[in-house]
Ligand binder design. Structure first.
Ligand code: ZN
Length: 357
């Protein structure tokens, strides 16, 4: 609605009433301009103010637990899916690795707030040959994954690092592993047995996307969560994969385009098959269309993987950007993304200690 197109009502023709009319006209114009401004602001999207579930978080030994709890509280983030980062921090940093025991302790100390996955950012999985032919260390990981899931205190498996761009030096930084492999097949069978999802990080190289499609097809009883807006794929790839595979879900972890790092800024690098999700707090139109077409498939995540990044400024910046972006979706889709999808996909309402299957 534009102010200039609104009808102006004239009263009388005398000098005095002409003056009054002019004043009234000015008043109307001001009123309508104000109304139009108000309407366009409302249309541009109200910031989402509801509770948020952070469906993609990490933990290492250098994280301060009080900081995590307080940044979540301040931002009305009620729950976090939390994955141990077994990898050491970047060379030279004091960012200590984590493990599943640490994550479990956190979950038990704050029941209903932290939901551990069996951590897969593990040094033992570095070396693509191991994904094709396991060694003793990989066998141990598979065995322990089953044991951990059998306790009922884990809600999934991840983050499995399939294809990852280096952002630091060190042998675990750049990864390129086969997604259609005996290791992934065996992990998938375990996930199916315990009815839990697998979160995977895989930049969308076309040959890997094809292989992933085969894995999805052969394991239809497994829910796969393809992190970072489906491996930072372009919109047509996301659409095609979601249409074909009902067992595919994606998270938008780290995809806010804020700060200096985070996948949503194009960091640490982008290939031709990668895309952003948003620019300056506005969804790319083709991404927004996908989100409205698949309201049950996406979740949010702040994806803080290193202790120095777990601070109020960084965490709030990501949450706030998500709130702004959710305001551009329909109310129902926004609530799904913020909360309901995570509850359903991870089955967070299951009681800790109980096993689904
Ligand atoms: Zn990731």
């Amino acid at each position: 609605m534009e102010a200039a197109s609104m009808p102006i009502i004239w009263y009388g023709t005398s000098q005095c009433s002409q003056y009054e009319s002019r004043m009234r006209r000015v008043a109307y114009i001001l009123l309508f301009t104000w109304m139009a401004w108000g309407t366009s602001c409302a249309f541009a999207g109200e910031r989402y103010t509801g509770t948020i579930i952070d469906a993609h978080g990490h933990l290492g030994a250098s994280f301060r637990e009080e900081t995590i709890v307080s940044v979540m509280d301040t931002n009305n983030v009620s729950k976090q899916i939390i994955m141990a980062r077994y990898y050491p921090g970047p060379t030279g940093s004091a960012d200590q690795p984590g493990n599943d025991e640490l994550v479990l302790e956190m979950a038990q100390k704050y029941p209903g707030h932290f939901f551990p996955l069996v951590g897969m950012q593990r040094e033992e999985l570095t070396g693509s040959y191991k994904w094709s032919k396991s060694d003793e260390a990989v066998e141990m990981i598979l065995r322990q994954t089953e044991e951990k899931l059998a306790t009922g205190h884990f809600w999934g498996i991840g983050e499995v690092i399939v294809k990852h761009y280096a952002y630091s030096r060190g042998r675990h930084a750049e990864q390129d592993n086969p997604v259609y492999s005996p290791f992934m097949q065996r992990l998938s069978r375990i996930a199916a047995r315990f009815d839990v999802p697998i979160v995977l990080h895989m930049e969308a190289a076309p040959r890997l996307v094809e292989d992933f499609a085969r894995l999805l097809q052969e394991n239809r009883d497994v829910r796969y969560i393809w992190a970072h807006n489906c491996g930072r794929s372009h919109a047509p790839v996301i659409r095609a994969m979601l249409i074909t595979h009902a067992n595919l879900f994606c998270d938008l972890a780290g995809m806010t385009n804020t700060g200096e790092t985070g996948y949503g800024t194009g960091w640490p690098r982008m290939e031709a098959f990668n895309s952003l999700m948003e620019i300056d707090g506005k969804f790319l139109p083709e991404m927004r269309e996908i989100y409205e077409s698949f309201p049950d498939r996406f979740m949010l995540g702040m994806d803080v993987a290193h202790a120095p990044g777990m601070n109020l400024r960084n965490y709030s910046r990501r949450v706030e950007r998500f709130r702004e972006l959710l305001g551009q979706l329909s109310g129902a889709t926004a609530k799904n993304f913020a909360e309901l999808n995570a509850l359903r996909i991870f089955k967070l309402e299951r009681k800790a200690g109980a096993v689904s299957k």
